[in-house]
Design a protein around this ligand. Sequence first.
Ligand code: NAD
Length: 249
Amino acid sequence: MTATLAGQVALVTGAGRGIGAAIACELAERGCDLGLVDVDAAGGLNGVAETVRSGGRRALAMSADVTSMTAAEANVTAVIRELGRLDILVCCAGITRDAVVWKMSEEAWDTVLAVNLKGCFTYCRAAAPVLRGQRRGRIVTIASINGMRGKAGQANYAASKAGVIALTKTLARELGPSGVTVNCIAPGFIRTAMTAVLPEAIVAGAIAETALGRLGDPEDVARTAAFLCSEGARHITGEIIKVDGGQYL
Ligand code: NAD
């Protein structure tokens, strides 16, 4: 792997497992040092940090809830203090609490909106002054094709991801004049712990509606994120890139 991001520092939320972990490892392979954030400190966070370090890069593992503005600011400050700078922010932390609207609890609505949408805002809010000040940087958010097309049983999740898309486009306009790009990846069905709990019929349905006839892996999303962070993507901003094998066409 060529170290196309050598010397850069990235902060990834939801980095303890799944897509966030794959993005962190991909960015490390390309030369980044990593700030890693996850609410589940007992999960894979330290293992991901070890993987980053075993590849010769530095890693700072931080246990935090992305819904907290205070935590976001503390994490950005810690990354700059410990790793020296901040070039890339990837907002990947996310959850589901599925139910049809007439059975969805207020708590399920609030929690999903808080983690998926506010949890993106908090880290963008904390990182934006840093990236603006240095007049360069990359932000990548993670939405979902279900935030574009809607999905029965996922009103909270789809609304949160549509919000992430709007946040991304707005931030792209706000940070563009400072030379910072802001893009969004909208994955289709990806094999992770989040989707492992779904019934076999749902999985079969996802494969059937996908042009490539298969499910995605976290690495498929990670490679796209790394591209969006690269110099090769310098003229791409405010874009929503589906990584879905043609699931939503
Ligand atoms: P995952 O459940 O495997 O990983 C999510 C990670 O986020 C976990 O480590 C979890 O502890 C962390 N997290 C959850 N709440 C948090 C909080 N409040 N603060 C900090 N960290 C928190 O899920 P995944 O499949 O890897 O999904 C990653 C992202 O990709 C999510 O935003 C998800 O919505 C999105 N996505 C996933 C799929 C898919 O099919 N797996 C499809 C489209 C979009």
